[in-house]
Design a protein around this ligand. Structure first.
Ligand SMILES: [Mn+2]
Length: 374
């Protein structure tokens, strides 16, 4: 006792920016499903406290549909106590959804930017938290050290940036001196391992579902199983996956590819080897050397063809050509090549990449092939 599930940065109702609008819409409703999975887990695993460390909502407005789903989720797990500390995206104010909604009795929302305590005597646990009350927070709720009850398990929940001041300037040093057993933090979507400052364990659980290629990898929460007999405390932590899908980046060498089918096969092989399947949103960078004559239009490769949910391709391949032959070519092909040569050999990677593309399309066009169809 107690058993804790720590999640954060759910960002319900957040838009997803994908090139495919239908899939972006699908992701939005999947995000609600991901939250439901976390609640279901808490219920099935008999979690005592579900800590939601800020940014449950993406903003100050929540759709009716999302709110009623949320409430029914909370009601579906009456034995789980849900503890919410509003963050910079969903800060507490008199006009926020938190103020305007009547939540079930098992839901606790912090509303003040100073440290406030909730006592749960049945599980010998105290939970301290605070709320953002605007989209920034300059005050440090740990500036005054709380007088903790040594006979209770003491938890801190909150949205904070341990590395930069404007989003609640709590530091590792504050945590170390605080005496908390566990600090459940939100704000850093990447998440991270459970770490220790002094005798205080702390962690960012990360977001529940990645929303862009800046948020790659498997996302979920942290479960803390606490073995606590009033004085001695042992905590066992484990990460739990909740995300329905995950964003990943992959670089694939397509040297020698003659056509889209060759490329698709190489991407599929690379994705399979990395363990990325139909739950993956994949951004692939193609590299290597391909024949100038190759019929490559990688932007036309469908996600389904490579076994992913969604696919974006960035082509950074270079044309495989005999530079010497082209240099000495007296026709317009040679002239075109010599014009591009300084850029092909540029120090700047972007310049080299565009020059390579220009060369490939240019030579193909001069050869009478209609590869440019933008
Ligand atoms: Mn956030």
């Amino acid at each position: 006792m107690p058993k804790i599930l720590h999640i954060a940065d759910v960002h319900l109702d957040a838009p997803f920016s994908l090139l495919d609008l239908k899939k972006a819409q699908a992701r939005k409703s999947e995000l609600r499903g991901t939250f439901s999975s976390a609640v279901m887990y808490a219920k099935m695993e008999k979690v005592d406290l579900c800590l939601i460390a800020g940014d449950l909502f993406d903003g100050g407005f929540v759709t009716k549909e999302t709110m009623s789903l949320l409430i029914s989720q909370f009601e579906s797990a009456p034995d789980v106590r849900f503890i919410i500390t509003p963050g910079n995206h969903d800060y507490y104010s008199s006009s926020s959804p938190y103020a305007k909604t009547k939540f079930p009795e098992n839901v606790y929302v912090f509303t003040d930017d100073t440290l406030t305590r909730l006592r749960f005597d049945d599980i010998n646990t105290d939970v301290y938290g605070y709320a953002f009350t605007s989209d920034k927070m300059a005050t440090n709720p740990l500036a005054t050290r709380p007088g903790l009850d040594p006979l209770h398990f003491n938890i801190l929940v909150g949205h904070a940036d341990l590395d930069a001041g404007i989003y609640c300037p709590v530091t590792r040093d504050d945590l170390s001196k605080s005496g908390f057993d566990y600090a459940a933090l939100g704000h850093i979507h990447l998440g991270g391992d459970v770490q220790k400052a002094g005798n205080t364990y702390y962690a960012y659980s990360g977001c529940l579902e990645g929303r862009s290629f800046d948020e790659c990898g498997i996302k979920g929460g942290i479960v803390a199983d606490v073995d606590f007999d009033g004085l001695r405390r042992k905590i066992h932590f484990k990460p739990v996956r909740f995300c329905k899908r995950h964003y990943e980046r992959l670089t694939v060498d397509v040297t020698g590819a003659e056509n889209n089918q060759d490329i698709a096969e190489k991407i599929r092989a690379g994705a399979t080897a990395a363990g990325f399947g139909t739950d993956t949103l994949l951004r692939v960078r193609l590299r290597g050397n391909v024949p100038v004559t190759a019929d490559l239009r990688p932007e036309r490769i469908e996600a389904e063809t490579v076994g992913a949910f969604y696919l974006e391709i960035k082509d950074t391949t270079a044309p495989l050509i005999g530079y010497e032959t082209l240099k000495n070519d007296i026709t317009v092909r040679g002239a075109f090549f010599r014009e591009l040569l300084p850029l092909l050999e540029s120090e700047n990677e972007d310049e080299r990449r565009s020059a390579s593309l220009a060369l490939r399309y240019g030579l193909a066009a001069l050869a009478g092939e209609n590869v440019i169809d933008y």
